[in-house]
Write a protein that binds this ligand. Structure first.
Ligand code: F0G
Length: 482
């Protein structure tokens, strides 16, 4: 995106790309949306694309690829072992991150599986700035405990702290003193904390955490899935970094860490993942598991086409005008919502806009899954699919009670370069209508609940006929509009 001043009115985000391939979308009538959400058990993961107008579920694997990426796929070199594509990807990673070894994996959580198996033993701790669902599950199934060492501001929905994703380093030091370094499997920093609204981590914090990790001999792992947004925020929000290039910031983060893993469904705009490290021993340990869980060491479960496009995507990620598209669109959407007095996480982060369902639906009991209910209501009102990031996304406590999430968010992801500004405006319009009619929205309860990662396949029903009433009000206000 370019920083352009406008003569008339307010500045709007201006894209530095044009669209050359399009996909037709349909907006099904509200009567069908009511049925579809019921069929999906009020779980937006279980909706089908044919019923969805704007898919803001995630930015995972659905970002728009560039013409250069698509073109590169045609030149991919296919072979089970030793393809030239692997070498090109590895060389690109070495160039950008400066780490010698690369282990390809089919996606981010596959990397997490390998890391948790390698590092985590029964009774060990993994401190993080914030957990991510799949990361936590992998640590837990290997007998470890995730500890979230965020600063208090991290959970404050309305804030002007530019780096809410920073780890509380005093808490980290205290933990190491209390438990001993041997009990810490690794320290994990997630670039751009997914579950608290894509809030970034400052370079100063990477530096402080790295120092503590190194002085205690604890491996420092960076989850770089959301690194692109984080790079943009470091460059634009951290005074000390404003003259650094994106490449320099990336390299500095890499140098501070012992190991980096990522979901290339986000970083690099393809579908895949991987791990890089310069620790020979760790590399060999992980490598021994790779053929069992992923595939041979030169493809790791990925198609070579995706790998070829990943190398191009990673190079494009070093372009400031490419990586700022997401954050700038998100900032626009968040600011529009703020102007309307709608509760949304601030400051704007990466990944998407995050509605604060705790405040939006303060009249709905917490046990009735406010963020899930808001997700259903928004789908009914607009055909827009968001993702619950609240209590439904948590695991139950050992005693079977619900673990009420610290933040209750409806995430509206903006996959990069996919939606237009008019689509963002439409979404804001429908959210504004919902906010005015929020008293009509009620709660949800489970009728099918998987034991682990229940948010993927769990099914819920409304606690009353509130969805019919919401649809009736929609018809009253919008007539025969879709
Ligand atoms: N780490 C972070 C920070 C993530 O956001 C994700 C995925 C993963 C790890 C796992 O990667 O999906 O490739 O296995 N986030 C997706 C999302 C699912 O929708 O936010 P994966």
């Amino acid at each position: 995106m370019a920083n352009i001043r406008f003569h008339l009115g307010e500045a709007i985000p201006l894209e530095m790309h044009k669209v050359r391939t399009v996909q037709r979308l349909d907006l099904v009538p509200i009567e069908r949306r009511l049925e579809a959400i019921e069929e999906a058990g009020n779980n937006t993961f279980l909706l089908f694309n044919k019923d969805i107008y704007l898919d803001m579920l995630t930015d995972s694997g659905v970002n728009a690829m560039s013409d250069q990426q698509i073109a590169s796929m045609m030149t991919a070199d296919d072979s089970y072992a030793g393809s030239a594509t692997f070498t090109r990807l590895k060389d690109k990673l070495v160039e950008i991150l400066g780490k010698e070894h690369f282990l390809p994996a089919h996606q981010g959580r596959a990397a997490e599986n390998l890391l948790a198996r390698y590092y985590v033993e029964e009774g060990m701790f993994v401190p993080m700035n914030y957990h991510f669902t799949t990361t936590k599950a992998h640590v837990m199934v290997n007998g470890g405990t995730v500890l979230e060492l965020y600063k208090p501001e991290a959970l404050n929905p309305v804030s002007d702290d530019p780096f809410k994703g920073d780890m509380d380093t005093d808490a980290l030091t205290a933990l190491i003193e209390k438990e001993g370094a041997d009990k810490i499997a690794f320290i994990r920093i997630e670039a751009g904390t997914n579950l608290i609204g894509g809030q970034p981590v400052s370079l100063a914090n990477y530096e402080a955490v790295s120092k503590i990790a190194r002085s205690n001999g604890i491996p420092f792992v960076v989850d770089a899935s959301l690194l692109a947004d984080n790079l943009h925020f470091i460059k634009t929000r951290e005074e000390a970094c404003k003259d650094m290039s994106i490449r320099e910031i990336t390299k500095r983060i890499a140098d501070l860490s012992d190991l980096i893993y990522f979901s290339a469904r986000k970083l690099g705009h393809v579908r895949g993942g991987g791990i890089v490290t310069d620790n020979e021993e760790v590399f060999k340990g992980l490598l021994s598991m790779l053929p069992l869980y992923e595939g041979f060491s030169t493809y790791g479960g990925m198609s070579v086409r995706e790998m070829e496009a990943m190398a191009v995507g990673l190079e494009e990620t070093m372009d400031e005008h490419m990586i700022n598209q997401g954050p700038i669109f998100i900032e626009y959407m968040v600011n529009e919502l703020v102007k309307l007095g709608i509760p949304v996480i601030t400051p704007p982060g990466g990944l998407g806009a995050h509605l604060d369902a705790m405040a939006f639906l303060s009249h709905v009991p917490k046990e009735q899954y406010r963020a899930g209910a808001l997700g259903s209501a928004l789908y009914i009102a607009s055909g827009v699919r968001g993702m619950e990031r609240g209590t439904i996304s948590e695991e139950r406590n050992p005693d079977g009670t619900d673990h009420i999430a610290a933040v209750e968010l409806l995430r509206l992801a903006l996959p990069r370069r996919v939606f237009t500004l008019s689509q963002v405006k439409y979404t804001v319009d429908r959210i504004a209508w919902l906010y005015e009619n929020r008293e009509l929205i009620g709660g949800l309860e489970f009728y099918e609940e998987p034991e682990i990662l229940r948010f993927f396949f769990g099914k819920l029903k409304p606690t009353s006929d509130w969805q019919q009433k919401l649809a009736a009000k929609f018809r009253e206000d919008f007539g025969d509009s879709l």
